[in-house]
Ligand binder design. Structure first.
Ligand code: IMP
Length: 427
């Protein structure tokens, strides 16, 4: 397929890294278009675990071009650290396999500080951000005061723009939050020194993507976070600050949405969420705890324990429809092995009303309850299964019932963290 979008259909951490890694084998280019180092894609290759925060997973495949598009919020320190880390493990990274948009906004140290201070300020109303400076950097982009990767390549321009922004940020840091302001000279020296190192990677990535597509090369757009964390369509305000789905590709990659040929959603066989905000099918009891332990549900970026609960057919229907998904991948099916019964959320209830469709006003629906239906579980280890017909009957019944409830075909099942632990059903 010439261009494919892969997006998270829940609250992030759906196991996109592994699926993107698989699809990357057939792609010429892997591109990110939103988010920043708040993401954490884990890929296991021959017992080696790679956690990538900014660099697309295609970097683990020789010969692919990996693009960090203009819509990504780039923390240049994290980017270079990741480049160094990969090189130390013997993976070649240079301007031929990694390109960064000159128009991508920078996350600088004051963004990270302000992210943390703003969360502290909000107290119990906090969002539970990753503290990576995402919100403050995107806020500057919209306020038209942000600095971009291209600015780093011109020291005079960078200094001028940094000074202009730091005056305001320092006033916030010192006067509102009562903390130590940043020193312009130190900040400037810290970042100016890395401009030179970044220069070989910087390109007009939109032009590269459009031309490559026109020449018949295949592109994989790698979504970060998940659709329920989307700035516009997620559980606002408990969201991230970018458009995480297919809709983010146009503005975030400089690629025409009319040329996106296929959209694939990724969702776990149950649900997790990190940070605050609504999670209707969350299980606060022993079963939720068991899901966390069996699924090793701890954040790849922050190490925070993830909140766990059951598959939510209402929100999955919504996110897959919103993205016009052609199919979806169900991940972590193996984690459900050994549960007697597996509940699935099939509707919501709030204030005496039943919702079969995802309510756009979800964050304000206090005391939302889910209607759960239970399916029989299975006891057999399925991590070694590679053909659909070899799955236990109860596992197949669960998959088919969920597929029916969601209304979009499941094209692949994932039954373990390794690259080959998958069961194809269409891709
Ligand atoms: P931010 O993106 O750091 O501003 O965080 C906003 C919300 O999105 C918080 O609830 C985070 O926990 C969540 N979030 C951000 N990135 C990820 C991710 O990659 N996986 C899961 N949750 C995420």
């Amino acid at each position: 397929m010439p261009s494919t979008s892969v997006f998270g259909a829940q609250w992030g951490d759906e196991g996109k890294g592994k699926i993107i890694d698989r699809l990357a084998r057939e792609a010429d280019i892997v591109a990110r278009y939103q988010g920043g180092a708040n993401a954490g894609h884990t890929v296991v290759v021959a017992d080696e675990k790679y956690v990538l925060h900014l660099i697309p997973s295609g970097i683990l495949h020789p010969g692919k071009i990996n693009v960090i598009g203009n819509g990504v919020a780039v923390d240049p320190l994290v980017l270079l650290e990741e480049v160094d880390g990969l090189r130390q493990r013997g993976i070649a990274v240079d301007g031929s396999n990694l390109v960064v948009s000159a128009g991508a906004h920078l996350i600088l140290e004051h963004h990270k500080r302000l992210d943390i201070l703003s969360e502290r300020w909000k107290g119990t109303g906090r969002i539970g951000t990753t503290g990576r400076g995402i919100g403050p950097a995107y806020a500057d982009k919209c306020s038209r005061t942000g600095l971009r990767v291209g600015d780093l390549l011109d020291a005079d321009r960078f200094r001028e723009r940094l000074e202009a922004t730091l005056i305001e940020k320092n006033a916030w840091i010192a006067k509102v939050h009562g903390e130590e302001p940043f020193d312009l000279e130190q900040s400037f020296q810290r970042y100016a020194a890395i401009g030179e190192r970044l220069a070989p990677f910087v390109r007009d990535t939109g032009a590269l993507l459009r031309r490559s597509y026109a020449e018949g090369r295949s592109i994989l757009f790698e979504g970060a976070q998940g659709m329920l964390l989307d700035l516009d369509h997620g559980t606002y305000p408990y969201v991230t600050s970018s458009n995480t789905g297919v809709g983010g590709i146009g503005p975030g990659a400089g690629f025409p949405p009319s040329k996106i040929d296929r959209a694939i959603g990724i969702a776990k066989a149950y649900c997790t969420r990190v940070g605050e905000g609504p999670f209707p099918s969350e299980d606060h009891g022993a079963q939720g705890e068991r899901l966390r332990e069996l699924g090793c549900e701890y954040g790849a970026t922050t190490g925070r324990p993830r909140r766990c609960g059951w598959f939510d057919a209402v929100s999955a229907r919504y996110t897959l429809e919103l993205n016009g998904a052609d199919g979806w991948v169900m991940t972590n099916l193996d984690v459900l092995t050994s549960f007697e019964e597996i509940p699935v959320a099939v509707a919501y209830e709030a204030r005496g009303e039943r919702y079969a469709e995802y309510p756009a006003s979800l964050p304000s629906l206090d005391g939302i309850e889910v209607v759960l239906e239970k399916r029989p579980g299975w006891k057999e280890d399925i991590t070694g299964v590679r053909r659909y017909e070899d799955l236990p009957q109860a596992a197949r019944a669960y998959v088919e019932w969920v597929e029916e409830a969601v209304g979009t075909p499941i094209v692949l099942l994932s039954v373990g963290p390794e690259r080959d632990q998958v069961i194809p059903r269409g891709i």
